[in-house]
Every structure is written in structure tokens, then in C-alpha cells.
Design a protein around this ligand. Sequence first.
Ligand code: AMP
Length: 216
Amino acid sequence: MRLVLLGAPGAGKGTAAKWLTEHEGVVQVSTGDILRSAVQAGTKLGRAAKSYMDRGELVPDELILGIMEQRLQSEECRRGFLLDGFPRTLAQARALKATLARLGSALDLAVDLEVPRELILDRLTTRRTCSNPACQAIYNVKRSPPRVEGRCDRCGSALIQRPDETEEAIDKRLAVYAEKTAPLIDYYRNEGLLLEVDATSNDTVVNAIRRRLGRT
Ligand code: AMP
């Protein structure tokens, strides 16, 4: 399974990807997670990416393409992968196609997770993340709150609101999505790879993907 997950921030790409990797035995590659780890570790990549991320803007294509080129060639991606948060621009989508072609491979599917804007805003502004870089457990103050307010159930560290999950940054991220990433929906439709799914519930997403790939 070689799959791209498209969808606005908060559409549930990460959750769908986690389920699919557990049940399909392929790796999830999240450029957002890779960048956040680089920021935490203070690497050159992290220092270059941080200000873009905090403002809710896209990190320049060159930085992302360098990471992904390497990752796609790695042993762990040979058996298949789920790309969560990549590609985000047409240039990235074209580069992905070219890299896979060089490796003698190609995508099976690009899934667009469709969720109404109000639901996205509600999901993201109520999300809290464990501040411990080794844990990073995710909670929702309304739907899956921690047992003790503001503390992680797993490791006891403080829960934080990510700088890019404030209302201002979310507005920016949604605008960037509409401008830069939404055009990929047409791109993948033209490539004959697009699957559009109502992602209001996660079960619908997983079931639609499995049906399309002939898994059920
Ligand atoms: P995410 O967790 O996927 O929403 O990513 C968080 C942030 O990382 C985004 O708002 C961007 O600043 C940056 N980012 C992640 N993936 C990409 C990408 N493929 N291209 C450019 N920037 C990215």
C-alpha cells in the first residue's frame, strides 16, 4: 500500500494513518512529526523550520524534499507507506512522483479527507499535546480529557497547546491549505488516483480506503 493522505489540518490524517499502519503493516511518514522532532532536538533542519511552523506557514519545498527523498528510499518504506502531511504543494507532488518512478514504484491512492470547517476548528482548538518529546500523547479537552487537568495520563508531564494550534495560527494554516494544498485534489483526480471520503467519522475513512484497495 502506497498512499497519500490529503485533507486540511485537523481532518484526521494522523488518526487514520495510525489505524492503517497498525492493521496494514506499513509505515506512517508524517513530515509534521519529523519537523517537530527536529525542532525539539534543535537540529539545523529544526532551526530552519521553526518560525514557519509557528506562524502556520509551509516550510520551503527544498527542506521538505531533502528529507522525503531520503525517507522514501529507506528500507522501512519498501513494503509501503502512508504519507501524512506530504505532499503539500504541486511541486512536492511532482517531486514525489519522480522519486517513486526512479525507484521503480508509484502511488496506489491519494485519499482526500473532507471535514466541515467548523468541525476542524473545534477539533484543533480543543487539542492538547504532552510536552514530553518522548511521549507527545494527544488529548482533547472536550472528548478525551486527561484524568488530571493539564497533566499527561501516561507520563505526568504538562499538557500544552501547540503554538500552531492557537486560533490565529489555525486560520493561517487553513488559508495556506486552501491556496497551496487543495489544488492537489485536482492533480490526483487527473492522475486517476483520488479517493474522496467524508471524514467526519474515522471509521468511514478507514473502511472506504480498505474497500477501494480490495481489503474487505
Ligand atoms: P502538520 O502536523 O502536518 O500539520 O505539520 C505542521 C507544520 O509543519 C505545518 O504547518 C508546516 O509548517 C510544516 N509542514 C509539515 N509538512 C509540510 C510539508 N509537506 N511542506 C511544507 N511544510 C510542512
